[in-house]
Each structure stands twice: as C-alpha cells, then as structure tokens.
Design a protein around this ligand. Structure first.
Ligand code: TYD
Ligand code: MG
Length: 458
C-alpha cells in the first residue's frame, strides 16, 4: 500500500512545502504550517459537471456583447456596495467579525430576493434548521421560495443545488464547509480554497449568484484565505463595533463596480435596518457646547458623511500617559499630537489623550486630520468649538493644511444638514466658485486654524 502524499501549507498565505517549518518563508508567519493530505481522485479543480463546457478562445472583436444583468437584493444599502445590485452568476464574499450581523443580513436579503421571484438556497453550517427558522420568523424573512439547509459537506450541498436548482446560493460560512475530497480540517486553507474554487465553478458554470460568508480573524484578515480574495468577484466587509448599533458594509474589491461605496445599517431588535441618511443619525446625540467635540465632513466612496469627533485631553497620573484612538488611525493621532506640541507649544506629554468617532464608525482618510487637531485643541484648552462649524483637511508634518478631494460633496452635505460655517484648506477654498451661502474659512496652517476656531470677539 502506498502512503498517501502530504504537504505542509501555510494557513495564512497558502505557501506549500514538503517539509514542516516553524516559520513560513513566504509571509513570515510563525507556526502557521499545517500538514495537509493531497486530494484524492478528481478533487481540487471541481467536477466536470460543475464547470460547464470548456471555453474556446475568441478574438476580442468577436465576443458577443452581453448586457450585464443585475437584480436587487431589496436592500438598497447592500445593493450599493455590490455596485448596484447582484450580477447574475457573480461570486461574492461577505467578511466580518463573528456576531457582526452577516447571517442576519444574508437571511434578510435572501428572503427579499426570493419574494421577488428568484429561488434562494441558504445553507447554514453554523446553525440548525430550527435556529434559522426562528431567526427568519423574527426578522420577517419568510417566503416559500427561500430554502434552508443545515449542512457542512460541500458534496451534499452541491447535490441539493442539483435538486432545488436555486438562482441564488448562500453559504454560511466558508470556514465550516468542507469537501470530502480533502482530508484536512474544515477551515484550513486547503479546504477553504477547495470549497471556494468549486463554488466559483458552480457560480460561473450555472449562472448561480453565490454569496459566501467568511469570518475574519483577530488581526483583521479573512481567516487564512488571502487566496479567497483572488477567487471571488466581490469582497464586502461588514464593519462596526459590536457594542454599537451601526454597521457599515464596505466593498474592498468589486469586478462589477466601484470599490468605494458603503452601505450603512443599524442593528435593531428586528434585524438590520437601513440608514438612508447617516449624517443625520450620527449627529443626533451630539452634545452642544462641549469642549472636544467637533464635526468632520468625510467622504466614504462617493458618499459624504458628517460625523462627530470627540477628544478628551486630561492630566495623566501615569508615568507613560495613555493614548487611545477609536475609529481613527492611532499613528495618525500620534503624528498630529507631535505637530501640536512642536508647532503650537501645546504640552501634551503629561496628558492622557483619547480620540473617538461617535457611533462606532471608522475614518481613515487624511481629510479627518484638521478635525482631529481641532478636537484636541478644543479639549486641551477646554473651549468648545462653535456647534455650527464643520471641518475637513489634511495636516502635514510642518503644521501646514493641505487640500483634499471631493470638496463640493462635503459642502453640499454640510449645507443640506443646516451647517453654515466650514473650516477647510486654503488650497481648496481658493479653487471654489460656488459657496452655497456658507461661510467658508480657508486655513493654511494649524496656527490659522486656531484663530478661526476661537475668533476673538470684540
Ligand atoms: P449574526 O447575523 O448571527 O452575526 P454573524 O453571522 O456575523 O456572526 O448576528 C448576531 C448578532 O446580532 C447577535 O449578537 C445578536 C444581534 N442581533 C440583533 O441585535 N437583532 C436581530 O434581529 C438579530 C437577528 C441579531
Ligand atoms: Mg453567522
């Protein structure tokens, strides 16, 4: 009898080697190599029947034009990051932390899709039929064309697909699904890749729009499968803090549309609710006349958003003062603190500093710098910033304020929500023709920002 062949595969990047190593030579991760048996028989590439006919090469000029056909999920905030609805035969990965709401979202979307006349097969490898039923009942995800299966074996799922012939397939999650062709454990890189590959062939061969759920590991990467991101057409991450109600859907890869679009949701008792006017919601609970709170005009994709940024600067009792950034980049905050110390003589070395984006959102564009600086100055001087003021702009290392993109969008959003005073980079101010009846204050440096934040009244 011959010994079955095996190799060691890095669970982080997919690198393969015949010998065990402590550290992956490709991505440098320690202890990530796990033994995997070589597939039996016809594994890996997918069965012939899943794949459909082999494609014959054609001259580019003779390829028939196909109208890209899309359908709605019935959830506008989900259609948006998908690029305007689900493309027929597309393969979409929904990633996110456990408990963020992936299953809820997909169950709600599945019910909507099935109600609009397309059959959906929702396969849960994590919950029983009864659990999914009771959740569906509570969410109002209730439709006779929505089929639920509780299954983790890929081959069994493919058999069910043959029988039910769904137009949309949901696999929740890729980490719990395994193929009998491989001997490695579910969730290992080999399994994840095999499952994804076979489902991709199914999606493309049969035109079944497929959603797969992928859990994210602690460091923020999709568990193991970097490889997965290459296989799918669209990658959408579900973000948000579990303790907060708001959730953001963000496309990081999309073969069928822009990757910048976001969808905003609120987690309620009855599942996820769309938030069509996020700026208003995020600013609802804003305290007025409080030092350290400012409004930032940010742009997510093509969508402007007004958010509240809060800073708290307080004398520290610790030898090494605390620095905490929630929703903003920690390094960016450190950099801005250094600029404030150096350029404006603010003594922050003995202070604890906290920065927070209200509502649990994350903002990583440099255009948030000016608002961060303003919030920090306001808190450290204990002077509130005028509550009708909105800020945006990038701050450089010498304290200069640099121009940013999408200025008109930010202005329109501020004006729409009734704000009348904006502090923005001078470079942007000079190029603006339309002012929308707003008071626009162009600043060139953080020193100038200080003057316009707290104008001396006489
Ligand atoms: P879930 O969709 O199961 O998350 P995931 O599939 O990403 O792991 O969502 C689980 C969380 O959402 C759970 O903590 C409870 C909360 N939740 C609500 O608040 N309301 C609801 O109607 C549902 C279904 C879940
Ligand atoms: Mg789930």
């Amino acid at each position: 009898m011959t010994k079955p062949k095996s190799h060691f595969a890095c669970q982080a990047c997919g690198y393969q080697t015949p010998r065990w190593l402590g550290r992956c030579p490709d991505c440098g991760t320690w202890g990530s190599l796990i033994e995997e048996r070589e597939p039996r028989g016809e594994a890996l590439r997918g069965g012939r029947e899943e794949r459909g006919p082999y494609a014959k090469p054609q001259p580019i000029t003779e390829i028939e034009e196909e109208a890209e056909s899309r359908f709605s999920t019935g959830i506008t905030e989900l259609d948006r990051p998908l690029g305007g609805g689900v493309v027929l035969g597309s393969f979409v990965l929904i990633g996110g932390d456990p408990g963020i709401g992936k299953s809820t979202l997909l169950l709600q979307a599945s019910a909507n899709i099935s109600r609009s006349g397309r059959s959906v097969l929702y396969v849960s490898g994590e919950e029983s039929l009864e659990q999914t039923r009771s959740r569906g009942k509570r969410l109002g995800a209730w439709s006779p064309d929505l089929y639920i299966a509780s299954e983790t074996c890929l081959e069994a799922i493919l058999e069910q697909v043959e029988i039910i012939k769904p137009q949309v397939l949901v696999i929740d999650s890729v980490q719990t699904t395994y193929s009998e062709a491989l001997e490695s454990a579910p969730g290992s890189i080999g399994q994840v890749r095999e499952v994804a590959n076979r489902l991709m062939h199914l999606a493309k061969g049969r035109g079944i729009s497929t959603f797969i759920v992928g859990h994210v590991t602690k460091d923020g990467s999709l568990a193991g499968p970097r490889a997965l991101e290459h296989i799918v057409d669209t990658v959408i991450y579900f973000e948000g803090e579990r303790q907060h109600f708001y959730r953001i859907l963000r496309a990081t890869k999309n073969r069928f549309g822009s990757t910048d679009e976001i969808g905003v949701f609120e987690m309620t008792e009855a599942g996820l609710r769309e938030v069509p006017n996020p700026s208003q919601v995020f600013l609802e609970e804003r305290p007025l006349g409080t030092a350290g709170s400012v409004i930032l005009a940010t742009v997510e994709g093509t969508r402007p958003l007004l958010l509240e940024l809060q800073a708290l600067v307080a004398p520290s009792l610790l030898a090494v003062p605390r620095r905490t950034a929630m929703g903003v980049d920690y390094n960016r905050m450190s950099l801005l603190l250094a600029v404030l110390e150096k350029r404006m003589g603010l003594r922050l070395g003995t202070c604890d500093v906290y920065l927070n984006v209200a509502g649990g959102l994350r903002v990583f564009e440099p255009a948030a710098d000016l608002a961060m600086v303003a919030a920090l100055i306001s808190s450290s001087r204990n002077l509130p910033v005028d509550s009708g003021t909105v800020l945006f702009g990038e701050v450089g290392l010498s304290g200069e304020v640099r121009a940013v993109r999408h200025v008109e969008k930010r202005l329109h959003e501020a004006s729409r929500l009734g704000y009348c005073r904006l502090i923005l980079p001078r470079g942007n101010r000079e190029r603006l023709r339309e002012t929308l009846n707003l008071e626009l204050i162009g600043v060139r440096s953080v020193e100038e920002l200080l003057e316009s934040l707290f104008p001396i009244k006489n």
